[in-house]
Design a protein around this ligand. Structure first.
Ligand code: GDP
Ligand code: MG
Length: 456
């Protein structure tokens, strides 16, 4: 894929977000540093990089996340949004008008890929039902007409060339009667090894005479940030309507060219990703960033973040516990959430006056692996058993043990946990300490939902 390395680094950064406990200043600083490093390696302009990361940080610190998503999801979304904006926001498609022909003129330095791109565009639009032709106006390079002819043959479109004529405008006029037979006329022009005055003059003259509907700047991605200067100069002389960045396959520094062009407000319309006719992709920033960040990965991450217990669930659970009418499934969920939070006595410590209660050590705290087994055991229980574990006598336990391959002793342990928890709640109730209990449950609910949101 294009910009593999940048993609790798950015995906790594997103994983870091997903795996972190909290979205805090420390994480943000780390994130900003990661993104800066990744973009600088892709040759993006330093000032642009700093602007982008400042924007990300400002938004992350000041924007309140919508209620439907967690802080983490929100942060990932901010990174995604800002990268898309960075690359030019909306998809900039070429709208082929009905007129005949719709003229597309190539601009760009020698070797940037103009002639090759004509073949790619011819192929792209022919496949979509347009009648396409090309005209060769590169009169400076001796082999240019042959190259264009060769390429046009390959995509089976007519090619207008005159190998002897040295005046490009004359060549253009020579075939003028033909053009109206086609939907699209692709105009190949000359380039030089540097932006020279006479090249600019020639292009300006052709632009005035031909009046192309689209003036596409073909830029080789491997020139990196130098793209900005070229884009600006071609823009000044011909008013560039779009950019095609070629050789995206051959450089790790394509970030420079992409963002430099975006900065001049000439939208990138296509990218060239190889020498062959099919190696052309229409460019849309959203799709590009999605792939760069690995949208598959991204979605999985967001899903993981959502997976954890929701605030409402947590509050319901808290209430059930409070009333003492929780069942085994509730207990299980509570324990699973607890495992993420730490032991109950740790949590109780945070509630004023609660520490004197002397909770049994490691209450509700379960060992690694145990929850998994209990889950299996619970899978072999009936609905009534789950709702009323008092039903679980020796025979039933034996049946469940056989069905789930979980030893009877572990099932009895689960039941013991359940009874203890019930007792604990009763104890609180008996003490009439409901206010405190309520407080703690709220705190637990709050923590759970927070952990739920944070935890991936
Ligand atoms: P022009 O002088 O602007 O017309 O450039 P050409 O079309 O002749 O291309 C110059 C060289 O770049 C040729 O060897 C092409 O095969 C190569 N080239 C063009 N586009 C791409 C691309 O997207 N990827 C790669 N790898 N090579 C390309
Ligand atoms: Mg050429």
């Amino acid at each position: 894929m294009v910009l593999d390395k940048l993609g790798d680094s950015l995906r790594g950064t997103l994983k870091k977000i997903a795996n972190s406990m909290f979205v805090d200043e420390k994480l943000l600083n780390e994130l900003v540093k990661d993104i800066q490093r990744a973009l600088l390696q892709a040759d993006v302009n330093v000032q642009l990089v700093f602007n982008l990361t400042k924007q990300i940080k400002d938004r992350a610190l000041n924007e309140k996340e919508p209620t439907s998503i967690s802080k983490k999801e929100h942060l990932i979304k901010i990174v995604y949004d800002e990268l898309v904006k960075f690359l030019g926001e909306s998809k900039a498609e070429i709208v082929i008008q009905k007129k005949k022909p719709f003229k597309i003129m190539m601009l760009g330095l020698f070797g940037s890929g103009k002639t090759t791109t004509i073949g790619k565009l011819a192929n792209y639009y022919s496949k979509r039902g347009y009648k396409v032709a090309a005209i060769g106006l590169d009169v400076h390079r001796p082999a240019a007409p042959d190259q264009l002819e060769q390429i046009c043959k390959q995509v089976k479109i007519p090619c207008f060339i005159n190998k002897k004529e040295k005046n490009p405008l004359k060549i253009y006029k020579e075939f003028e009667k033909e053009y109206s037979k086609y939907n699209i006329l692709l105009v190949d022009t000359a380039g030089r090894d540097a932006l020279s005055k006479d090249l600019i003059e020639e292009i300006e003259m052709l632009n005035k005479e031909i009046k192309p509907d689209e003036r596409l700047l073909i830029i080789s991605a491997d020139i990196g940030q130098a793209a900005e200067r070229q884009a600006k100069q071609f823009h000044e002389s011909c008013h560039v309507t779009g950019v095609i960045a070629t050789k995206m396959d051959g450089t790790a520094k394509a970030g420079g060219a992409l963002t430099a062009c975006a900065a001049t407000k000439a939208p990138i319309k296509f990218i060239g990703v190889g020498e062959k006719i099919n190696d052309l992709e229409s460019f849309n920033p959203e799709g590009f960033v999605s792939r760069l960040l690995g949208m598959g990965d991204l979605e999985a991450l967001l899903e993981k973040a959502r997976d954890a217990i929701s605030e409402d669930d947590a509050q319901d659970l808290g209430k059930k516990f409070l009333k003492g009418d929780f069942n085994l499934l509730d207990l299980f969920e509570q324990m699973a959430a607890m495992k993420k939070m730490g032991p109950l006595n740790k949590i109780a410590e945070m509630v004023p006056g609660f520490s004197q209660l002397k909770l049994p050590k490691d209450m509700l705290q379960v060992q690694e692996g145990k929850l998994e087994k209990w889950k299996h055991a619970m899978g072999s229980m009936t609905k009534e058993e789950l709702e009323d574990p008092e039903l679980l006598d020796r025979a039933r336990i034996e049946r469940i043990s056989k069905g789930s391959a979980v030893p009877g002793s572990e099932i009895r342990e689960l039941i013991k946990q359940f009874k203890q928890s019930k007792k604990l709640v009763k104890m609180f109730k008996g003490k009439g300490d409901m206010k405190q209990m309520d407080k703690m449950m709220k705190k637990m609910g709050g923590m759970q939902s927070m952990m739920g949101n944070m935890k991936s």
